[in-house]
Every structure is written in structure tokens, then in C-alpha cells.
Design a binder for this molecule. Structure first.
Ligand code: SF4
Length: 355
């Protein structure tokens, strides 16, 4: 059973896209070097650590690595920030990641290069509409993806990332629970198919992943029959069906390393190539096609909001402050409950699997 299409949310996403301009990479190599040096000094001065998502510019990912920060998925970014002694966390990613970091680290200052960087899934699931929807289904357990606002997390029973979504929903189905899933309909559909759970799916999607085309990938496979196809489950079912490996960002990086194929067609944001190349040096990575014949893509395998994180706005926020994440304490305390549930479940799962 699917929730009706939220046209208002879709229009909101489209408006944001229409107003976004691609970040122009106009800096010379010397200017980049100077900015990198300045950021390194500022990180020390501000007692700050940089945590960057896999989808951000490789410039930022390498800077995070060079300065003792981390490059990871949203949950690991927050976990890392929690364990790190720095007083300030600088989150290069999108807003819900900054919020998750703040929920887990209320005593720390959480900055982002720009608070304008958001996510179509977050935009597509407004807290008030979602709360009203959940209230109509009081007999359902509410499971939300990490790509949601703090207010939506506060309404949930569980928060999940793509790496643990199947395990959590499978666990709930085993207990006989019915599930409301939000916001990504493709990931929800994938989880539903794998677990057989009784689920109501919120109707939202990632504008990057939903543009991958199975036909384009199959055409590419004809040219490179030895290539393996790696797919993030935020992609449409027709794309997931032809994958050699399906998984979260971290799981796809592991698959890139472990699969014997020399050539890999990757259906997720191309920012991930930086870590894939580190994990599997010598392999050839290709973007999965997004535009159909004669069509133009909107996101073209790169998230326009992730692209808003850059060296210059990172330096600016460290130097001048602003762009700080605040989460209402009442919301934070409520959102912490389903987040902690996931963290505990994840730790238990790891123990059970001998990890
Ligand atoms: S890639 Fe998709 S899911 Fe990730 S932040 Fe961008 S819009 Fe959101």
C-alpha cells in the first residue's frame, strides 16, 4: 500500500532545483592550495574536526583525511564526531547530517559550509504532514530513513540508514509489526521486497538516484560485458534488478574492492569514486547513465546540494562562524530515542555476527 503522491513536496523540490546553480570550480591550483593551508590552520585554531560525506568534492574528502577527520556515510560521520575530542564539528554534507551530528553531540558546536545544502528526501517529507499521516495509522511502527529532518526523526520509532534498513525491518516483521516507511519510496520498496514486511511507503525520492536508467546501464553492459553493476537501493527497482551488488555507500565501496571485475558501473553519486579508487586502485569506474536517449538529466549522478560544499565556504565558516546547526532541545531529546535504538540494534547485530 502506497501513500498518495505529495505534489506539494515535489513542487518544492523542483523549485529548489530550479534555483540551484552548479558550483563553478573557478579556483586555480595555487588558490586551492592556499585555501587548503588556511583551512588547516583554522581547524587547529577553532579546535575543530572536518567530517565529510562520500558524495562531497574529493578536495574536501582528501582534506578531511589529511587533517585527521573522517570521510564516511551519515551515521559514521556522527559517530566519529561523537568520539572525537574536538569542540567543533564541521560537517561537509547536507543539512540532515549536520542535524544528526548535533542530536548525538549536543554539547558541541556543529558548523556546515552552507545550511542551504539540503536533500530532496528531507524536503519531500515535511514534519507536519508526516506527523498527521502517522497519526492516521496508530497501529504502525514508524521507521524513517536518516535522510529526514530532526522533527521527522522525533516522530519516529526507528531511524535507519541504508546499511541497516533491511535488518531493522526484518526484525520488526518478525515481531508481527506493520511499518510506515519514509521517505524514500524506492529504498522502501526494496526493503519491502527483501523482507516481505507489511509496509506503507511515503512517496518521496532522491533526485540523483531516481534518474539512473536500466536501459542505459544495459546498453553500457553490451559494450563492456565484463563490467559489474553496483547500485544504491535509492535507485528505481528496474535498476536494482540488474545489479551485481546492491547496498549502502559503505557496502558499495566494499563491493568495489571485493568483486573480481576490473570495470565497475556505479549507480550512485560520483563523489564516491574518490573512496572507491582508494579501496580498489587500478579498477575502472564508470558512472551509470542517467539521461535517456535525447533527454537531459537534472542531477547527472551528482547531488546538487552536496556540490554546494566547497573550499571557499568551508574556510569562510571556520573563519567567521555562522552556518551553525541548532536543534530545539525538546525535538533533539525525542529524536535521540529512535537514533539510539538504531545504534543499539546495530551494535547488537555486529556482536551477533562476530564483527
Ligand atoms: S544524493 Fe539524494 S539522498 Fe543524498 S543528499 Fe542528495 S538528494 Fe539527498
Amino acid at each position: 500500500m502506497n501513500q498518495p503522491v505529495d505534489h506539494a513536496a515535489q513542487r518544492l523540490v523542483q523549485q529548489h532545483l530550479d534555483h540551484l546553480h552548479e558550483v563553478q570550480d573557478t579556483l586555480s591550483p595555487a588558490e586551492k592550495q592556499a585555501l587548503r593551508a588556511r583551512i588547516k590552520d583554522l581547524l587547529v585554531r577553532e579546535d575543530a574536526v572536518l567530517v565529510a560525506h562520500y558524495y562531497t568534492d574529493p578536495e574536501l574528502q582528501s582534506l578531511a583525511e589529511e587533517t585527521g577527520g573522517c570521510v564516511s556515510d551519515s551515521l559514521e560521520m556522527a559517530r566519529f564526531g561523537n568520539a572525537h575530542p574536538a569542540r567543533t564539528l564541521v560537517v561537509a554534507g547536507v543539512k540532515f547530517m549536520g542535524e544528526t551530528a548535533k542530536i548525538l553531540n549536543p554539547e558541541k558546536r556543529v558548523l556546515m559550509p552552507t545550511l542551504e545544502a539540503t536533500c530532496s528526501l528531507d524536503l519531500g517529507c515535511p514534519a507536519d504532514t508526516f506527523t498527521a499521516f502517522c497519526d492516521q495509522h496508530p497501529d504502525h511502527t514508524v521507521v524513517v530513513y536518516a535522510n529526514t529532518s530532526a522533527a521527522v526523526k522525533a516522530r519516529a520509532d526507528w531511524v535507519v540508514t541504508s546499511s541497516i534498513a533491511v535488518d531493522v525491518v526484518d526484525h520488526l516483521a518478525g515481531l508481527g509489526e506493520k511499518v510506515i516507511w519514509a521517505p524514500d519510496k524506492y529504498l522502501g520498496g526494496y526493503v519491502q521486497k527483501v523482507t516481505g514486511a507489511d509496509m506503507i511507503l511515503w512517496d518521496s525520492s532522491c533526485i540523483v538516484h531516481e534518474e539512473f536508467k536500466s536501459r542505459g546501464i544495459l546498453d553500457l553492459k553490451k559494450q563492456f560485458p565484463d563490467a559489474a553493476v553496483l547500485v544504491h537501493p535509492e535507485s528505481p527497482a528496474s535498476v536494482v534488478e540488474i545489479a551485481d551488488a546492491v547496498g549502502s555507500t559503505s557496502q558499495l565501496i566494499a563491493a568495489a574492492r571485493d568483486l573480481p571485475n576490473e570495470r565497475l558501473i556505479v549507480a550512485t553519486d560520483r563523489g564516491i569514486f574518490y573512496k572507491m579508487q582508494q579501496a580498489a586502485p587500478g579498477k575502472i569506474f564508470m558512472e551509470a547513465p542517467t539521461a535517456g536517449n535525447g533527454a537531459t538529466c537534472r542531477s547527472c549522478a551528482h547531488c546538487p546540494w552536496m556540490a554546494m560544499n566547497a573550499l571557499d565556504n568551508l574556510a569562510h565558516v571556520l573563519e567567521h562562524g555562522g552556518e551553525e546547526i541548532f536543534v530545539d532541545e525538546d525535538v533533539r531529546v525525542k529524536a535521540m530515542v529512535p537514533l539510539q535504538r538504531m545504534l543499539d540494534f546495530s551494535a547488537e547485530l555486529k556482536r551477533a555476527r562476530g564483527g
